[in-house]
Design a protein around this ligand. Structure first.
Ligand code: ADP
Length: 275
């Protein structure tokens, strides 16, 4: 078995080489925050929707853009199954749910349709969702990115005005290797990393005993090593999973839940950073 190496591939390094890009802001929002993970299945989308409503709970007007064109999950996570409308055939009106403005590729295609897209199509879809959606009076738009360091990430990092990114990971070594790659990409493209989040950090049993299922401390150590902020630890909790399966994020349905309060702390850090 070949050993997995940290760091970006040569092809990616070439794509990241200094070039002049015009970074367009997303209209209708004051701030743009990317929620990224270097690896799939670490709970990035779950984090994105929960932090979005945690930000709403502390008074911010929020939008959520699911930029994962290959595997959109927003429709399921917040229970939307209607299609966005357009009044002029050019601009889409975001769908409002729980007072959040939402947009996802998943609203436009059938849930079971496989997304077989090449790079330029992905870039064009990202541009449509950032330039042709009528976001309105938002304080912050939370963007759920696809995992990895691919075309979507590059498009956001190089062509869209982004105020910050949060990287979500589990403490597992395998996930952490990819996190380092993600940090490098954002650093090289000048996207400020607001911090790292340790999701599925631990499990607390009924006996109050703490189980470190995916290992311990790795995300915090990685943050320290790369001089990034460590934003917090989110436990594995049945209530998070159940709430998102129902299409109602925990921070929305139960803002005072012990896990929602962890999200609240992170939301306050984000709010402060954007002031
Ligand atoms: P990603 O966006 O990184 O692919 P998801 O957000 O889809 O990951 O999460 C993967 C699975 O893990 C989902 O079933 C989700 O409900 C569950 N999950 C994510 N975070 C937690 C958590 N902290 N506690 C319990 N389940 C979680």
């Amino acid at each position: 078995m070949t050993e997995k190496k940290a760091g970006l591939s040569d092809a990616m390094k070439e794509k990241l080489a200094p070039r002049k890009f015009v970074k367009n802001p997303i209209n209708g929002t004051k701030h743009t925050l990317l929620i990224s993970s270097a690896k799939g299945g670490v709970g990035k989308s779950t984090f994105a929707v929960n932090i979005a409503f945690a930000l709403q709970n502390i008074g911010l007007k929020i939008g959520i853009l699911d930029a994962d064109v290959y595997g959109p999950s927003l429709p399921k996570l917040i229970g939307i199954n209607e299609k966005p409308q357009s009044k002029d055939g050019k601009f889409l009106i975001p769908i409002e749910k729980f007072k959040a403005q939402c947009m996802s590729m998943g609203f436009l295609v059938d849930e079971t349709t496989p997304m077989i897209w090449r790079g330029p199509m992905v870039i064009s879809a990202v541009k449509t969702m950032t330039e042709k959606v009528l976001w309105k009076d938002l304080d912050i738009i939370i963007i759920d990115m696809p995992p990895g360091t691919g075309d979507t990430q590059l498009t956001f990092a190089q062509q869209i005005k982004v105020d910050g990114a949060i990287i979500v990971s589990t403490p597992q070594d395998l996930a952490l290797l990819d996190v380092k790659r993600g940090i490098e990409m954002f650093d090289k493209t000048g996207v400020k990393i607001l911090g790292l989040v340790d999701n599925m950090s631990f499990f607390k049993g009924d006996d109050e005993k703490v189980y470190n299922i995916f290992g311990k401390g790795g995300v915090e150590e990685t943050a320290k090593k790369y001089k990034k902020k460590f934003l917090g630890k989110i436990p594995i909790h049945k209530d998070i999973r159940e709430a998102t399966d129902k299409g109602v994020p925990l921070t929305q349905s139960n803002p005072n839940h012990e896990v929602s309060l962890i999200f609240k702390k992170i939301a306050e850090i984000i709010k402060q950073d954007f002031q």
